[in-house]
Design a protein around this ligand. Sequence first.
Ligand SMILES: NC(=O)c1ccc[n+]([C@@H]2O[C@H](COP(=O)([O-])OP(=O)(O)OC[C@H]3O[C@@H](n4cnc5c(N)ncnc54)[C@H](OP(=O)(O)O)[C@@H]3O)[C@@H](O)[C@H]2O)c1
Length: 285
Amino acid sequence: MLYLSATNPCYPVLKNQTVAILGTGNIGRALLGGLLRGDDLPAERIRVTRRTPPALDALAEQFPGIQTGTDNVAAAQGASVIVLAVKPQHIGGLLGQIRGHVAPDAVVLSVLAGITTDAIREALGDEIAVVRAMPNTPALVDEGATAIAAGQHASEAHLVLAQEVFESVGKVEVIPESLMDAVTGLSGSGPAYVYMVIEALTDGGVKQGLPRPTSLRLAAQTVLGAAKLAVETGKHPAILRDEVTTPGGTAIAAVADLESHGLRTMLINAVATATQRSQELSKIE
Ligand SMILES: NC(=O)c1ccc[n+]([C@@H]2O[C@H](COP(=O)([O-])OP(=O)(O)OC[C@H]3O[C@@H](n4cnc5c(N)ncnc54)[C@H](OP(=O)(O)O)[C@@H]3O)[C@@H](O)[C@H]2O)c1
């Protein structure tokens, strides 16, 4: 995988850009918050759009100084970084609106599941630089996992800008676009799987007599702590699991139970199913 460094003086830096976020829902709003919490980009150089004026008023109140509006063309014109963050079913109309209004040196960052950089270039104009990203909802608490991939005309400098945008809300991996559906199946959709695990662990604790709020806090913190240990130590998960499983003890008894019910196969298949669905969505409607 490509390793990028933003320290190269030839690269543009985010603080000098004008950023338009088109479709400021969950993901767009997370990025907006992250960008404003970062060091340098002034709020006045961030433009955000939605179709619902009261929702825009709420954004303007929460993030003073940003420019809000329903006009995607006005937001895109003159912006050097354009983030596409609408749902896939709305992207066709949005691209039709902004076609011809994207500056030739702008970079378009798309977070849309299943929509390829080629499809966006075809809709916007062949020479446009497009970087595709797959973030996830923990970006809302600055713990996002985002993969980014360069489209045909996107340079390393564009990738560095994209990396800066998404590092404002978590960790970033640079991958070839051919792996983007797999990322969608893993980290893009993955929070849903983890919430099911937290919910089920909570029920398990309740079944054994724990009060539900206590059980939920213990389950969620166990997932958070286990993930943190894996990330911070870099140890293989099997080694970390071995460290919890005393011979003849409680954890190994439960691990054997999980294995007999195929937990790992279930999760492997879940990622495959979501990956396949992402591939199916890759046509602009
Ligand atoms: N949620 C996730 O976990 C996740 C993870 C990775 C990637 N993604 C991708 O991120 C994208 C956004 O997802 P989301 O969860 O943030 O969806 P969302 O909360 O529904 O946000 C989309 C926003 O787009 C706005 N919108 C729709 N049409 C528009 C238009 N023509 N012009 C301007 N704004 C428009 C909607 O607001 P109005 O109704 O007010 O217009 C809405 O707030 C999706 O394409 C998804 O594939 C999501």
